[in-house]
Structures are given as structure tokens and as C-alpha cells.
Design a protein around this ligand. Structure first.
Ligand code: IMP
Length: 431
């Protein structure tokens, strides 16, 4: 039996999908525990690129069953499109293989319209959301007026609840935000259609997960977004509306803390962020362009969900140490080491300076974080192409030192290093 968690240690887009994919080969069940289709997980198998937003990345393996957990907010239209695209490519997404928690909350066109309205209203202070209706769906959940996926098991109840929900939101959209009314009849019909297609997939997630664990099987919890987008521990209000941190896996799938075996924190060899909000190590100009790439490669720094160019900066070890405290990481997986090849020197942020003091945490107060400046230590770079390397000892000495420096500074062993987007471009460090 094992319960392992994959968590993003930065602001999302760390490359969690590929480690879920790697670990899914050994798993019996892979469960998404938070977020919704704001996530974008890219998995490359034999040169074929799979971009997944809702379905756990484990689906591209034949063994594990996949679960969309109760902590997720689910847009059924997106889910069905994703299922159809996978089925077309020969991936089994039938009800015996893909399960949906009855507790997951549904996203509707009203949530998407409200997400847009709220962002527009905020003007310059906009969060830069993915406009997928994530925040408004979690708002309804917290207000105890949300629509849970379990509703889909009863078509009549679905029709009644969707009708009431859209009618209520229409008042808000038109009277408060001056937006067009949504078509109640059309949306009710759509949701009845979704219910018919998805009801066979519904399960009680914690019963399923505990059955697997009781029977000695292995469960992998797949995180979305990243630690610093956590609604409590991230750079509030520039965060998502859920708990992408490892504790979110416990509530999102219905498991207690004593069940956890491994917590794998995934971090890029540098830092990136999409959307607005503070970013102490942010770079601009040619240095940023160098880290971002041109967009020609699936590995380049352009959002999987939105296509937006990501903001980039040097590796921030203050964030990684902070992420370790929040997630109790047992190991780190470092992605995109290959992107740093060819640099003369690689700066790494080792602490922040705040009001003339050195600090080693990410302040929760946004003003204070905005006043933090990064204190760098500069490590020697390496020129060699590392994309073909599969053993740690074959990496250039300076690349090895870079990795060892991260492990020492964060005080977490590094288990995996990826050196390219393909499934096999990974170095595993046996401990
Ligand atoms: P929301 O989750 O769409 O509400 O967006 C809130 C913030 O989280 C914005 O800054 C988004 O850019 C960011 N965000 C949401 N999902 C992801 C993700 O999967 N990767 C990176 N950033 C994300």
C-alpha cells in the first residue's frame, strides 16, 4: 500500500504532469485533488503530446484507474471534450477507468461569465485568472450553494438545480455587472446531456480510495497549480481558489495524514509564474527571453491553458524552503535543467532582503513581499547539452554542483531531474 502526493513547489507549471506520468506506471489509482481546467498538464509519449486539463495524467498509462476527486471543480463540457480527444487516440476513458467524485463541484457558464465580470471589474488589480470559472465555482461551494457532480445521477434534480442556479446568476450578471442574460433552457438541456454521459462515472471518492489502500494498492495524488497559488498560503489575492498544497490532497481525496508515504515536490530549475502578483526573482528583457524560449517547443514557457507567455526568473530557494515547510516534502523533482545549459553563470536566490534585514520565508503580507529583494549567490554555469544524459554522474560537474546546492539549501533530497520534454528524458537518482 502507498499513498504518494505530487505537488507543485512554485507557482504552477513546474512539470507535474510528467512526474505523475512517470509514477503512474507504478500506481493503481491516480487522483486529481484540487483545481479544475485552469490546470494544463503536458505529457509527451513517443513524440505524441497529450495536453490534459482535468483528467489525471495517469490516463495515458493502461494500468491505473483515474479519479477526479472531490476537491476538484469540474466543467463537464471541457471534461467531455477531453475524453473524446483521448478516446480518438485510443485511450480508454470508459466508466470503469475514469471515475468522478460525486463531491466534485460543477462549473457552469454562469461561473465563467462571473469570472470574466469580476476580473473586468478589478481593472488594473485583476488577478489574471484563467477565466475558467474556477473562483466563482469555489465561491458557491464555500457559500453552500454549489452544484455537486453527484447531482448528475438524477436527471430531474439536475434540471431543477441548473434552472434555479442560472436564473439566480442571471440576476447577478445583469443587475450588478450589466452583462447579457444566459439562456436558461439551453443550459439546462446541455447539463441534462452531460448528466446522461457522465452519470456512470460517478463514485464516492473516499470509499474508492480507501478500498484501494486497504487492498494494498498504490494511490497517487496528482496536484494542480502550485504551492504559491494556494488560497491560504500563496500570494493572496493573486492565487487560485483551492489548496494545491499537499494537505489539499488529503481533503481533496478523503485521506488522513498518517497514510502519506511520499510527497514529491516538483520545481523548475528556475522560476516561472503566469497571471499577476509579486515575483521577487522576476527577470525582464533578454535574460527573460532566454529562459522563456520561443514557443516552438512544448517545453517553452507559454501557458498550456491560456497560451500566455510566462513570467520567468532565477531559481528562488526561499520559495522552495517555504514550500518544504508547507508540504513536508520527502523528495524534489527538478525540471528543465537543460534550459540552463550554455549560461556562463547561474544566479540563485538564497534569501530575501526586507527593510534591511535578511529573511528566509515568503511574507504573507503582499506589501512586505513587494518590498523584498532577492539576494543571489552565483554558481558557475555549464556549456554542454544535457538532453541525452540519463545518469547523474554523467552531468557536467557544474550542473551536478547546481543540483547538489539546491538539495543542501532546501534540505530535501533530489530524486529526479528532467533534461527535456520526452518521457524518457529523466535522470533518476537512486538513494
Ligand atoms: P484561476 O485559478 O483561473 O482563478 O487563476 C488564479 C491565478 O492562478 C492566476 O494567476 C492564474 O494564472 C493562476 N493559475 C491557475 N491555474 C494555473 C496553472 O495550472 N498553472 C499556473 N498558474 C495557474
Amino acid at each position: 500500500m502507498s499513498f504518494n502526493i505530487i505537488v507543485g513547489a512554485q507557482w504552477g507549471d513546474e512539470g507535474k504532469g510528467r512526474y505523475t506520468d512517470l509514477m503512474a506506471a507504478e500506481a493503481d489509482l491516480v487522483g486529481r485533488y484540487s483545481g479544475g481546467d485552469n490546470a494544463g498538464h503536458t505529457v509527451t509519449v513517443s513524440g505524441e503530446i497529450f495536453k490534459l486539463h482535468l483528467i489525471p495524467s495517469g490516463i495515458v498509462h493502461s494500468k491505473p484507474i483515474c479519479l477526479i476527486g472531490g476537491g476538484v471543480v469540474l466543467n463537464p463540457a471541457v471534461l467531455l471534450r477531453e475524453m473524446a480527444a483521448l478516446a480518438e487516440r485510443g485511450v480508454d476513458v470508459g466508466p470503469h477507468r475514469l471515475k468522478i467524485s460525486k463531491k466534485a463541484h460543477l462549473i457552469t457558464p454562469a461561473h465563467i461569465a462571473l469570472d470574466k465580470a469580476l476580473e473586468t471589474q478589478k481593472g488594473k488589480g485583476a488577478i489574471g485568472t484563467t477565466l475558467r470559472g474556477i473562483g466563482p465555482a469555489y465561491t458557491d461551494k464555500a457559500s453552500r450553494i454549489g452544484l455537486r457532480a453527484g447531482l448528475f445521477s438524477d436527471l430531474e434534480a439536475t434540471a431543477v438545480a441548473i434552472k434555479k442556479h442560472i436564473a439566480t446568476k442571471n440576476k447577478l450578471l445583469s443587475k450588478v455587472y450589466g452583462m447579457e442574460l444566459l439562456d436558461v433552457v439551453e443550459i439546462v438541456d446541455q447539463y441534462i446531456g452531460y448528466a446522461k454521459l457522465l452519470q456512470a462515472h460517478l463514485v464516492d471518492d473516499m470509499v474508492l480510495v480507501h478500498d484501494y489502500l486497504k487492498n494494498g494498492r498504490s494511490v497517487l495524488a496528482e496536484g494542480a497549480q502550485g504551492t504559491f497559488l494556494d488560497i491560504d498560503h500563496g500570494t493572496y489575492p493573486f492565487v487560485t481558489s483551492s489548496h494545491p498544497t499537499a494537505p489539499g490532497a488529503l481533503t481533496g481525496l478523503g485521506v488522513g495524514p498518517k497514510m502519506v508515504d511520499r510527497v514529491i515536490g516538483v520545481a523548475k530549475a528556475f522560476t516561472s509564474r503566469v497571471g499577476n502578483g509579486p515575483f521577487p526573482c522576476e527577470l525582464s528583457g533578454s535574460e527573460a527571453a532566454r529562459l522563456r524560449g520561443t514557443g516552438d517547443n512544448p517545453w517553452d514557457e507559454f501557458g498550456t491553458t491560456t497560451g500566455r507567455p510566462r513570467r520567468v526568473g532565477w531559481l528562488d530557494l526561499v520559495m522552495l524552503r517555504h514550500a518544504h515547510r508547507l508540504n513536508s516534502l520527502t523528495e524534489l523533482a527538478i525540471t528543465k535543467l537543460d534550459v540552463l545549459s550554455g549560461l556562463e553563470e547561474v544566479p540563485v536566490c538564497v534569501s530575501y532582503e526586507l527593510d534591511e534585514s535578511r529573511i528566509d520565508y515568503v511574507p504573507s503580507d503582499l506589501d512586505a513581499l513587494g518590498r523584498c529583494t532577492a539576494v543571489y549567490e552565483t554558481l558557475p554555469g555549464w556549456q554542454e547539452d544535457v538532453t541525452g544524459i540519463r545518469r547523474f554522474e554523467d552531468l557536467p560537474v557544474n550542473a551536478q554542483s547546481y543540483i547538489n546546492f539546491i538539495a543542501e539549501q532546501v534540505n530535501v533530497p533530489i530524486k529526479y531531474i528532467s533534461v527535456g520534454p520526452a518521457r524518457d528524458q529523466v535522470i533518476t537518482i537512486e538513494t
